[in-house]
Design a protein around this ligand. Structure first.
Ligand SMILES: [Fe+2]
Length: 260
């Protein structure tokens, strides 16, 4: 294998643990994403007379009943801002280059997750994305907009514990998610992560979150990347994914027709 020492170490972490968490290097792009998000929040009609907003305390302004409307507004504004998506790619570029490849397909729309304290409407119970039709070649790049501690953390079954799940799969497959979580709870890890850090995780491993019982609102983005020429399943190229770094020889190959 002709790969750098850095790639060997990062890849081995990713394969063994199922995720890597590192300090963001492109702080400028990261701060741009956060400031754009804050501007979007401030443009929501409920904040017309507000100058500054603290994302962690958004629950002082947004009730669980209004959360869906507010979230849809934010997602809609985010999807119109192509600079935001480009900055997202730049924040993760080093990791996508080392872990996925240099011909990438990126999700067309960034996902935004907002978890108000004690609100159970934004739960992602234990699941692997492949259980609901995602290609195992997809990787999730997860970006916190606030510090995430305790119940604000995402949990994952690390790859080194996956065998435990596989060996019990036949008994677990008909159980509900609470029972699956209970069976796996001693094998999970909870990933504490701060603003300024980035995480890339293997969505083929069981993962999820629980009710945020901290005092702060959790804000995070997530976005899928995959190598363009890997197999697709429900999330198709052109519909869900878009090529962002297609190389010249691939363009030449895709356009080639043998003369007839
Ligand atoms: Fe997931």
């Amino acid at each position: 294998m002709f790969v750098s020492e850095e790639e060997i170490l990062l890849s081995s972490d990713f394969i063994k643990n199922g995720f890597v968490k590192k300090k963001a290097e492109d702080i400028k792009s990261l701060d741009f994403i956060k400031s754009q998000l804050e501007n979007i929040v401030l443009s929501y009609e409920g904040f017309k007379n507000t100058k500054n907003i603290d994302l962690e305390n958004i629950h002082d302004h947004i009730s669980p009943e209004n959360l869906n409307d507010f979230r849809l507004y934010c997602i809609n504004q985010i999807s119109r801002n192509n600079n935001l998506r480009f900055s997202y790619y730049k924040v993760f570029k080093k990791f996508t280059d080392l872990l996925i490849g240099n011909e990438l397909a990126m999700q067309k729309k960034l996902n935004l997750s907002i978890q108000l304290p004690n609100d159970n409407s934004s739960l992602l119970t234990i699941h692997a994305d492949t259980w609901s039709g995602d290609s195992p070649f997809e990787t999730v790049c997860w970006l916190p907009m606030v510090d995430c501690r305790k119940s604000m953390c995402m949990f994952i079954l690390p790859a080194y514990n996956y065998k435990f799940f596989e060996e019990r799969y036949s008994e677990l497959k008909n159980k509900n998610s609470n029972d699956i979580l209970e069976s796996l709870k001693d094998k999970l890890i909870w990933i504490e992560i701060n603003y300024g850090e980035v995480m890339v995780f293997n969505q083929n491993l069981p993962h999820g979150n629980i009710v945020n019982s901290e005092e702060n609102t959790r804000w995070s983005f997530n976005c899928r990347f995959k190598s363009i020429f890997t197999p697709y399943k429900d999330k198709k190229l052109g519909e869900f994914f878009e090529p962002i770094t297609l190389k010249a020889t691939s363009k030449v190959g895709l356009n080639y027709k043998f003369p007839s």
